[in-house]
Design a protein around this ligand. Structure first.
Ligand SMILES: *Cc1c(COP(=O)(O)O)cnc(C)c1O
Length: 483
């Protein structure tokens, strides 16, 4: 290792290096920066190229090697090239191939080419995208992406939106707006006066609400357990006939796209009833909201446009890099009241939208860039095709697994398939084999008391050939597991 004196000495003739200690934006910097970024691009391209042929899960050796990162904090600077090389050499093999075509765990998309490339350029811009006047390009792109999204989902163009880290924070932002609105109607200013002594809020959720929605209720002081849970049917949909009578400040949380089955709550039945009682209706549509972009699937989201707020993800089905989620709120004033730093959000009409008036963060990265890039590259038809195609792949999985004699536990209405390979023990064993085989990756879930394997088809990169290869891998693991 070089010591500091040696390191800070001027480079020897012909030696091409730059470091953090004082060269600044010199000519040398420009040359080496370009080489560095080209090196990063080449390594990234190689990584992506190898994704379809490598094991989806990292091997044991690759995971063991991650210990090499665990060195003492270095005293001296290192060249950026050596840092990048270390990341690639040790880090890349230790990753899960989530960006590849055969990762079916959780609900995880890959990265569309345009979204990934624009993400890189935006990282070079390094914009602190809080205020329009300071970072006009990224603020403008957010505003346009928001307009396009509202149009795609069939929601009112007047809705406000927050570009946040994911559906968890999107639920949080939406429910913060809801909390503001239902308490304001009861004469209480929750942002100024807090929740102590406030009129109580009734929060209604389905028994199958996503755990992250429950968590966001906890973050907002509404309580993880202080909720009315409504029973669901065998697909996880709220039973409308089991809805309680609503009165007083109330927030009703519905779901578009159950994380296991892909099912939708009866939005068109519950929304009008909730509104008769002046309740706020929030929809967690982390991935399900995207069904509204496909003519043949739109019926699933019937009534969704009647809600007051919606949470969705861009890093799932829109296939932008992590992290990217969106809160959409009909009453823009309610979201701004909950999120802006000062009360100067009033009056509402300003020519330009300041991103940070809508988000929990002030300083923030330019999340709107990748959303814009994805929508700009796909267009309306491209989005519909992506959603439709992945749903078709899910139906192929269900059909082929059923005809091979395995049980599919859900109605495959969207991109989620739950498979059981007989009993819990056997199903777990097959999942372990599948993960170790490495052709694909699927996870385990519990669906209404049954252990199941979940297949979520959410990546733009998955082809019919991938589905064939994946089915072969599943049948191989299920077929010869006969203990
Ligand atoms: C994935 C998911 C979430 C959480 O989203 P994150 O992006 O991981 O924060 C919330 N609700 C549903 C229905 C989901 O599928």
């Amino acid at each position: 290792m070089k010591d500091l004196a040696e390191y800070t000495a001027a480079p020897a003739a012909g030696e091409r290096r730059f470091h953090v200690l004082g060269y600044g934006l010199s000519l040398e910097y420009n040359v080496i920066m370009k080489e560095l970024l080209q090196d990063a691009a080449e390594r990234a391209a190689r990584y992506l190229e190898e994704l379809p042929i490598r094991s989806v899960a990292p091997g044991e050796e690759a995971t063991r090697r991650l210990r090499e990162f665990d060195e003492p904090l270095p005293d001296c600077p290192s060249t950026p090239q050596s840092v990048l090389d270390m990341l690639d050499t040790i880090g890349s093999p230790g990753t899960m191939a989530m960006a590849g075509p055969r990762f079916y765990g959780f609900v995880v998309g890959g990265s569309l080419p345009a979204a990934l490339a624009c993400n890189w350029l935006a990282a070079a811009w390094d914009q602190n995208s809080a205020l329009y006047n300071v970072t006009p390009a990224t603020a403008a792109l957010e505003q346009i992406a928001l307009r396009w999204l509202l149009e795609l989902f069939g929601l009112s163009s007047g809705c406000a939106g927050a570009f946040v880290t994911g559906a968890t924070m999107a639920n949080f932002c939406s429910l913060a707006a809801a909390r503001h609105a239902v308490l304001a109607r009861a004469g209480w200013d929750v942002e100024s006066d807090g929740l102590f002594g406030a009129p109580p809020i009734t929060v209604v959720v389905g028994d199958e609400a996503h755990p992250s929605l429950i968590k966001s209720l906890g973050l907002l002081g509404l309580g993880r357990n202080r909720v009315v849970r409504v029973p669901v049917d065998n697909q996880g949909r709220i039973r409308a006939d089991e809805m309680p009578l609503l009165s007083g400040p109330t927030i009703v949380c519905l779901q578009a796209g159950n994380v296991n089955t892909g099912s939708f709550d009866p939005l068109d039945v519950i929304c009008p009833r909730a509104h008769e009682a002046r309740a706020w209706v929030h929809v967690d549509g982390a991935f399900g909201l995207w069904a509204a972009t496909v003519p043949d699937l739109r019926h699933l989201t019937r009534g969704v446009e009647q809600a007051d707020s919606w949470a969705t993800d861009a890093h799932k089905w829109l296939n932008v890099p992590y992290d990217s989620g969106l809160a959409l709120v009909r009453d823009a004033d309610a979201l701004r009241a909950a999120m802006s730093v000062t009360a100067s959000y009033l009056p509402t009409a300003t020519e330009h939208r300041n991103p940070s008036d809508y988000t929990p963060e002030f300083s923030r990265r330019a999340r709107g860039v990748e959303v814009w890039a994805a929508l700009r590259s796909l267009g309306r038809w491209g989005v519909a095709d992506l959603i439709e195609r992945t749903c078709r792949h899910a139906r192929t999985f269900a059909r082929e697994l059923q005809s091979a004699g395995y049980q599919v536990l859900n109605d495959v209405v969207l991109n989620q398939v739950l498979v059981s390979f007989a009993d819990a023990e056997r199903t777990r064993q097959v999942i372990r084999r599948i993960q170790a085989d490495g052709t694909i990756w699927c996870g385990e879930t519990v669906w209404q008391g049954h252990i199941a394997m979940r297949i979520s088809v959410s990546s733009w990169a998955t082809t019919e050939l991938d589905v064939d290869r994946s089915l072969e891998a599943i049948l191989r693991a299920a077929g010869d597991s006969g203990s």
